[in-house]
Design a protein around this ligand. Structure first.
Ligand SMILES: O=c1ccn([C@@H]2O[C@H](COP(=O)(O)O)[C@@H](O)[C@H]2O)c(=O)[nH]1
Length: 241
């Protein structure tokens, strides 16, 4: 893999409420990373127009993690497709009917709009949760089992891949095959604070394990020089590939 290929796998989470800050980060990162990820914090503050203004045509991951009844999620997916995302996600724990409705909605809306269909990705177990957290909410068994169960279900429902932690990549690649997309947050360079993430690995480890997309937020956005932090991660990825 070339350094350019590695860079294109890196999506940066732009978690802020402030449009100016998002635009500053997007500008600093332009050409340095593969795409930008916007989630609930930015969208709730700035809405679709804010995302259009901040993303500036960069590949766009809409990390909205929809989780509702099938009809509502299908409608939300249709609305999100107007922003022309390359990646869009729903919670796999929303179940079979919900994921099938979401996949149909993404297909139909993209066709109607004449856009390329986004990868529709199922969130398995949040990377901020460990086995003890899961047991507290009534899920017995290790997080890795639940991730595998939800990934198989997502694949069966026609989703393109899942969000998982780097620790599950190897098992999911084996179970779901080479084409199933693995979108991976919980990425922490050795020099960055772990914060609220629990199931983590370094960018180079996650890439070597077989991640398709590496999602990195605060190690880049909270750095004194976000562009330099992104370059440092890409360099570490290049050394690995
Ligand atoms: O399981 C998940 C799903 C989504 N995320 C999102 O990824 C970024 C990670 O940001 P960091 O600052 O690098 O921790 C963030 O936007 C999360 O909402 C996740 O971390 N884990």
């Amino acid at each position: 893999m070339t350094g350019r290929d590695a860079r294109e796998k890196l999506y940066v989470g732009i978690d802020t409420q402030d449009l100016g800050r998002a635009q500053m980060l997007a500008e600093a990162l332009r050409g340095r990373v593969g795409g930008l990820k916007f989630g609930k914090e930015f969208f709730t503050a700035q809405g679709p127009d804010g995302i259009r203004a901040a993303a500036g045509g960069e590949p766009l991951f809409l990390d909205f993690k929809f989780h509702d009844i099938p009809n509502t999620v299908a409608g939300a997916v249709r609305s999100a497709c107007h922003l022309r995302p390359t990646i869009l996600n729903v919670h796999a724990s929303g179940g079979r009917a919900m994921m099938i409705a979401a996949a149909e909605a993404a297909r139909e809306a993209s066709e109607d709009l004449g856009h390329e269909r986004p990868w529709l990705i199922g969130v398995t177990v949040l990377t901020s949760l460990d086995d003890a957290d899961l047991s507290e909410v009534g899920q017995t068994g290790p997080a890795s089992d639940q991730v595998l169960r939800l990934a198989r279900l997502a694949q069966n429902c026609g989703l393109d891949g899942v969000v998982c932690s780097p620790r599950e990549i190897v098992a999911l690649r084996k179970a779901c095959g080479p084409d199933f997309k693995l979108v991976v947050p919980g990425i922490r360079p050795a020099w960055a604070a772990v914060g609220d993430q629990k199931r983590v690995m370094t960018p180079a480890e996650a890439l070597a394990a077989g991640a398709d997309v590496l999602v990195v937020g605060r190690p880049i956005t909270a750095a004194h020089d976000p562009a330099a932090a992104a370059d440092r991660i890409v360099e570490e990825l290049g050394n690995e590939s």
